[in-house]
Design a protein around this ligand. Structure first.
Ligand SMILES: [Zn+2]
Ligand SMILES: [Zn+2]
Length: 171
């Protein structure tokens, strides 16, 4: 497989693990662009997160503004879709055992937010992304992107909204 990249979303929370329960620290993130995973780049990634020491580990909360590349289902153009990631997760730390599938504080007190940010980002992509509400899509005949102008094809299958109008005009 590909080489494991060192996450830029890895933070050392060793000092918080040493602190009393309830201690917290706010971290500001401001990346013009960032590779979160081999299959995910975000640009930008901004916001602040608060990490708090709890009896079970480190609780991380906050909201991050970002944008993700999505493909419009109508015109097939790739566009940048703004999304907000709500972070609200506990990273377990020994002696508390993490339930299966939950995040854990890594060795030496490091927390890597990349897997969480990736998961939240992918969840924010709608099933049917649309580049803009009035996207005109592709011409059925020649495949031209109709957002870029009329391709000049004969329009035999008339938009149903206009055919109703046509019927009204015939009457
Ligand atoms: Zn579109
Ligand atoms: Zn056409």
């Amino acid at each position: 497989m590909s080489q494991k990249l060192l996450s830029r979303l890895r933070f050392n929370f060793g000092f918080l693990l040493e602190a009393n329960f309830g201690e917290s620290r706010v971290i500001e993130l401001d990346y013009p662009s960032i590779r979160v995973a081999d299959d995910l780049d975000l640009a930008p990634l901004r916001g602040s997160i608060k990490a708090s020491r709890t009896s079970e580990g480190i609780y991380v909360e906050g909201s991050l503004q970002t944008a993700i590349d999505a493909q419009c289902v109508r015109c097939l153009t790739t566009f940048s879709l703004p999304i907000t990631l709500q972070i609200d997760d506990l990273f377990y730390y020994p002696p508390v055992t993490a339930p299966k599938g939950e995040f854990v504080v890594g060795e030496n007190g490091f927390i890597d937010l990349a897997p969480l940010v990736r998961e939240l980002s992918l969840l924010e992509i709608p099933m049917q992304p649309i580049c803009k509400p009035d996207c005109q899509g592709l011409c059925q005949e020649c495949g031209a992107n109709l957002n870029e102008g009329d391709c000049g094809c004969e329009d035999d299958d008339i938009d149903p909204r206009f055919s109703i109008l046509g019927e009204l005009l015939d009457q």
